[in-house]
Design a protein around this ligand. Sequence first.
Ligand SMILES: CC(C)=CCC/C(C)=C/CC/C(C)=C/CC/C(C)=C/COP(=O)(O)OP(=O)(O)O
Ligand SMILES: O=P(O)(O)OC[C@@H](O)CO
Ligand SMILES: [Mg+2]
Length: 233
Amino acid sequence: MKTHTQQLLKQLQLVGEQLAILIDPDKFKLHQTEAMVKALPSKTDYLFVGGSTATGQQTEACIKSLKQQTDLPIILFPGHYQQVCQAADAILFLSLLSGNNPDYLVHHQVASVPHLRASKLEILPTAYLLIDGGRPSSVERVSQTSAIAQTEVELIVNTALAAEFMGKQLIYLEAGSGALYPVSTEVISAVHKACRLPIIVGGGLKTQHQIEQAYQAGASLVVVGTAFEQQFI
Ligand SMILES: CC(C)=CCC/C(C)=C/CC/C(C)=C/CC/C(C)=C/COP(=O)(O)OP(=O)(O)O
Ligand SMILES: O=P(O)(O)OC[C@@H](O)CO
Ligand SMILES: [Mg+2]
């Protein structure tokens, strides 16, 4: 097995207040790649590529097209092991710890290993916590798990700390793509106070003010998908 550099993990641990734009291969149109890359906010640090229902082929075509237009690091954000693609730079090695579906706790991870053993992708061990964003999300539907209520702060903190004790390197607090409201600053700051890992926050972030609030509460990286995507539909 090749050694994986820890370049992006170090950047996530050290830099803070970073921005990722999420591209969902499901909705991605190849002919719009150039315009889309030009429209990226100047502060963009990473592109996340993934979706709950995207196929491997869609994911690969999307990443290859983006790679022709930008040098930004491309981080896979997989909804399924078949989305593993060697053309990316890194992978959020997600485990859906807010739910009790073994497929999303461990089976996708095991199934991805044959693709990852031979690859140079940097692996980012990530605890993925789905928090209620006010409407049913695709992740809930696909994984057949329920989101944790925003009021269950202690459960969220305990789940994040369990992730830290398990050796995860990143915590992703997810309100679901297109959420009516994002993960609250109360939840983010409670996790930040209790847990040493960098926090990624995504789902339902639409305004600069919401993004600033997430950083102030302790998010190291904010993910925006729908608000960017809507320019291209
Ligand atoms: C580690 C490997 C290989 C796979 C991980 C598999 C796991 C645990 C996935 C977590 C659950 C899941 C389905 C995550 C998908 C996250 C994602 C990329 C969401 C993007 O948004 P969509 O859910 O596609 O939203 P739309 O409905 O708006 O398209
Ligand atoms: O599409 P939005 O609501 O920006 O969510 C982004 C991301 O966190 C979803 O997985
Ligand atoms: Mg999708």
